[in-house]
Write a protein that binds this ligand. Sequence first.
Ligand code: FAD
Length: 226
Amino acid sequence: MKQGARLIGASVQRLHCEGGLVTAETDGPFVIEARTAVLATGYAMPEIDMPKLHRTTSSWALATIPQDPAALWRDQALIWEDSHPYLYMRTTPDGRIIAGGEDDDTVDPAARDAKLAEKIMAIREKVKRLWSRADTRVATAWCGTFGETSDGLPLIGPVPSMPQVYAAYGYGGNGITFSYLATQVIGAMIGGGYRDWFDDFALDRDAPAFVERSSTSEERRQVAFN
Ligand SMILES: Cc1cc2nc3c(=O)[nH]c(=O)nc-3n(C[C@H](O)[C@H](O)[C@H](O)COP(=O)(O)OP(=O)(O)OC[C@H]3O[C@@H](n4cnc5c(N)ncnc54)[C@H](O)[C@@H]3O)c2cc1C
């Protein structure tokens, strides 16, 4: 904003391209026109059909009260249990355990939030089972929704039906890493610094079908292998 950008607090309701311009109509008094637009709206956008390799997922997480340091595991390594649903556990600088997982395809925010108590109970039980010395009293718990892809790579690049519109979606549980990647890749695409490997993130790339959430680890391994 110090360099002249304007921040507009509004929701985009319609998006279209005409005469070399992208137009975003908002729910407020603003209509935004630009030569190029970058969408970073999470997992949905009016007028944009999400590719088949994209789906929405909700995830739940908790943070415990600070633990007795002697009760934490060696080196406080990140623990990732690759079962289905998965479970991850890590620690914070003040000695809490953050644990999360129990993903499912609930997207409606009210329905998702209503599952908080049940999901946190399940995560808490799993933490207890994996690390019985943990004090699993919950200090805070939360949930959210994000987009993921069937091949695990993000969707970064032009929207096939609107080449002046770039999208950055499908980060899965790697939003911290892939969002940075998206800034670099889309910046380079707009600036003319195209690289062949950008195609790996194309919205219209070929990708394997999603494996049912209820499948076993062995079935998922088999699909990945195939
Ligand atoms: C419980 C949980 C734990 C997670 N843990 C991790 C983790 O440990 N590490 C990690 O890397 N990732 C993690 N993730 C994933 C990460 O949060 C997401 O990948 C990331 O937030 C996606 O970022 P985003 O900016 O694309 O979308 P979002 O964070 O969803 O932001 C999208 C923004 O766009 C706005 N928006 C949407 N539609 C419109 C519209 N029409 N007009 C205007 N604005 C709009 C929304 O209001 C929102 O502000 C976790 C997710 C959850 C839910």
